[in-house]
Design a protein around this ligand. Structure first.
Ligand SMILES: *Cc1c(COP(=O)(O)O)cnc(C)c1O
Length: 325
């Protein structure tokens, strides 16, 4: 049964993304670790937000919108990918970014300009202030005959969550074809939609697989993730009740969100130097380092294949230097 048959989706990425074993890392750690390369999804520098935007922007188009608002930190990968996807669909992107983190013209702020997005840095610590501003701007644009669609931080609402449920549908076919038996799927948790989508997707397509989210900021994901799963499952017309204990929530925040952690750097370098692959210091570096440190601490037991979802983020390497001990 195709749960997604009646949900509008825009094709934006080049899917399926590759899934393959990290042979050198697996040999070194004595465990089969696979990588799902969602950094190679064919839009900008890739990343997990594209799967969410396939659903979110389909909804925006269906509602006749010509403008998209979204938000995030100054270096938001989500905002940059929204700019890229909106440009492709002929929509105007207006990015109301928190004036926090690296606000110099580096990294994703350079890419936003290339994609022709309008960027406004807003000096606030609260997304509520930004959502209120989106609301006011939407009203103003409506008076000029435009129609704006607002996407929350990280694209993590019910519709965006479908992106990673759909990813697991794709993954389930890949693991079947390759004879992989994933005991665990691991990824970074930043606003919760990816972990929630993976949880919903595994319930539907890979029921023997446990989802682990590695929190890289201190939002209350134990509540956020189950709520997103319930809201997203109702769009699919299925009932997937979710509780806190249905997924594993681990943490590797370090000194704080978007503050690179010296302890992660050796793991990031090891992956680069054994597998040729780049991670970023804000999300995937923390998640990957958390995975390997957790493996050594027994988080994942002693058997069963592990899949790490590479969620993108490379632009941060051009905005934030890696700290060394
Ligand atoms: C946004 C992001 C994440 C976190 O995904 P959420 O769905 O927000 O939890 C992970 N990695 C990268 C590179 C991201 O940009």
């Amino acid at each position: 049964m195709d749960h997604f048959a009646s949900v509008p989706r825009m094709s934006l990425g080049l899917y399926p993304t590759p899934l393959y074993p990290l042979k050198n890392i697996s040999a070194k750690y004595g465990r089969n670790i696979y990588i799902k390369r969602d950094d190679l999804c064919g839009v900008a520098l890739g990343g997990n937000k594209v799967r969410k935007l396939e659903f979110l922007l389909a909804q925006a188009k269906a509602e006749g919108c010509d403008t998209v608002f979204t938000t995030g930190g100054a270096q938001s990968n989500h905002a940059m990918l929204t700019a890229a996807c909106a440009a492709r669909l002929g929509m105007k992107a207006i990015l109301l970014l928190k004036k926090r983190g690296v606000t110099e013209h580096l990294g994703n702020l350079v890419l936003n300009d290339i994609y022709g997005a309008e960027v406004r840095l807003i000096d606030t610590d609260s997304y509520d202030d930004i959502y209120a501003e989106m609301e006011r701007e939407s009203v103003r644009l409506a008076a000029e005959g435009h129609r704006a669609f607002s996407i929350p931080c990280g694209g993590s609402n019910a519709m965006g969550t479908l992106g990673y449920a759909n990813c697991v549908r794709e993954l389930a076919e890949q693991v079947k074809a390759k004879g992989i038996f994933p005991a665990h799927i691991v990824s970074a948790t930043g606003s919760g939609g990816t972990t929630a989508g993976l949880l919903l997707g595994t319930r539907l397509y890979l029921p023997d697989t446990q989802v682990t989210g590695i929190g890289i900021c201190d939002d209350p994901f134990a509540e956020i993730v189950p709520q997103l799963v319930e809201d997203a499952s109702s769009i699919l017309g299925v009932s997937v009740p979710a509780r806190e204990g249905d997924f594993a929530l681990r943490w590797n925040i370090g000194a704080g969100y978007a503050i690179p952690n010296p302890a992660d750097v050796p793991y990031m370098e090891e992956l680069a130097r054994t597998e040729g692959m780049l991670l970023d210091p804000v999300y995937t570096g923390k998640a990957w380092s958390g995975l390997l440190q957790g493996l050594e601490q027994g988080w994942f037991g002693s058997e069963g294949d592990i899949i790490f979802v590479h969620t993108g983020g490379a632009a941060a390497l051009f905005a934030i230097d890696l700290p060394r001990n």
